[in-house]
Design a protein around this ligand. Structure first.
Ligand code: C2E
Ligand code: CA
Ligand code: CA
Ligand code: CA
Length: 275
């Protein structure tokens, strides 16, 4: 029994060490990724359920590492935040998304994720204004996705930044709704333009009566507060139809389209729409 126990501790330590080595390598390489041009954006469509049209895309960051292949943002964004690199990387995302969206054939919107560190960096409203000016993208076509964790501390400062952004004419989205602890109090403090329900609720459709009750109530609340209601992580037709029947305005997920380099508005199995 002792040998087995020792063995598993050893395996555990091996895994820990591997993890630490991986993080250190990523940390080191991330600093060079921007200069080397290893970052690019992919775009995932958002489908309006009312018109059955793709009305916009979420920009998602990808890193093509020379020998690790594509590294997931879930893996490197926390490291970028620790190192303070998220500010230059986030600025690059903002700049690139605005430039690319400005060239899209019609006025579809582009959504950019903003990390907590970037949000609090003070320069965000200035950066956003600059990116809009340089690209010529109209402000209402830009959406900034913010999670509750972004808003956790120093709410007066946060509110000042949110209002400064709103004044620029961009749209503010409360992302990953339902996964944090304070969503409701933030809805009371700031008029978000859109609420994006986290995919953990969506995957429960047809499986959990309580999740369904929460989604229904969230949709009602969103509409009552004049927010666009969007559900993410929609993978099945059953989920899409359930959301449509319950008044949700927008869906995003693999069913409608995977993130891709060239924003695509054709939607398999649901019909085809054009931008
Ligand atoms: P998120 O903002 O919640 O983005 C949605 C994530 O769900 C994306 O993962 C997307 O590829 C994935 N997804 C979309 N549809 C489906 C579906 O139907 N099923 C499943 N299982 N997954 C789906 P991704 O691209 O790996 O990004 C992960 C997270 O990394 C994002 O979560 C976001 O928090 C962060 N992130 C990505 N790009 C950026 C960025 O430019 N800046 C910042 N600060 N964060 C970013
Ligand atoms: Ca997002
Ligand atoms: Ca999300
Ligand atoms: Ca998420």
């Amino acid at each position: 029994a002792k040998a087995v126990g020792g063995g598993s501790v050893c395996l555990f330590e091996e895994a820990m060490l591997e993890r630490i080595r991986f993080r250190q390598a990523i940390k080191h390489d991330l600093g060079l990724a921007l200069e080397r041009g290893e970052l690019h954006l992919v775009y995932q469509p958002l489908l309006d359920l009312g018109s059955n049209r793709v009305s916009g895309f979420e920009a998602l960051l990808r890193w093509d590492h020379e020998d690790r292949g594509t590294v997931s943002p879930a893996e490197f964004i926390p490291i970028a935040e620790e190192k303070g690199l998220i500010v230059p990387i986030g600025n690059w995302v903002l700049e690139t998304a605005c430039q690319e969206a400005a060239g899209w054939p019609e006025a579809s919107s582009v959504a950019v994720n903003v990390s907590a560190v970037q949000f609090r960096s003070d320069s965000l409203p200035l950066m956003v204004a600059g990116a809009l000016n340089r690209s010529g993208l109209l402000p209402h076509r830009l959406e900034l996705e913010i999670t509750e964790s972004v808003l956790l501390h120093d709410s007066e400062h946060n509110m000042a930044i949110l209002h400064a952004l709103k004044k620029l004419g961009v749209r503010i989205v409360l992302d990953d709704f339902g996964t944090g602890f304070s969503s409701l109090s933030y809805l009371r403090l700031f008029p978000f333009d859109k609420l994006k329900l986290d995919r953990c609720f969506v995957s429960d459709i047809g499986r959990s009566v309580s999740s369904e009750a929460i989604i229904r109530a969230t949709g009602e609340m969103g509409r009552a507060l004049s927010m666009v209601t969007t559900a993410e992580g929609v993978e099945t037709m059953e989920q899409l139809e359930w959301l449509r029947a319950n008044g949700w305005a927008q869906v995003q997920g693999y069913l409608v389209g995977r993130p891709s380099k060239v924003p695509s508005t054709s939607i398999p199995d649901i019909g085809t729409a054009t931008v």
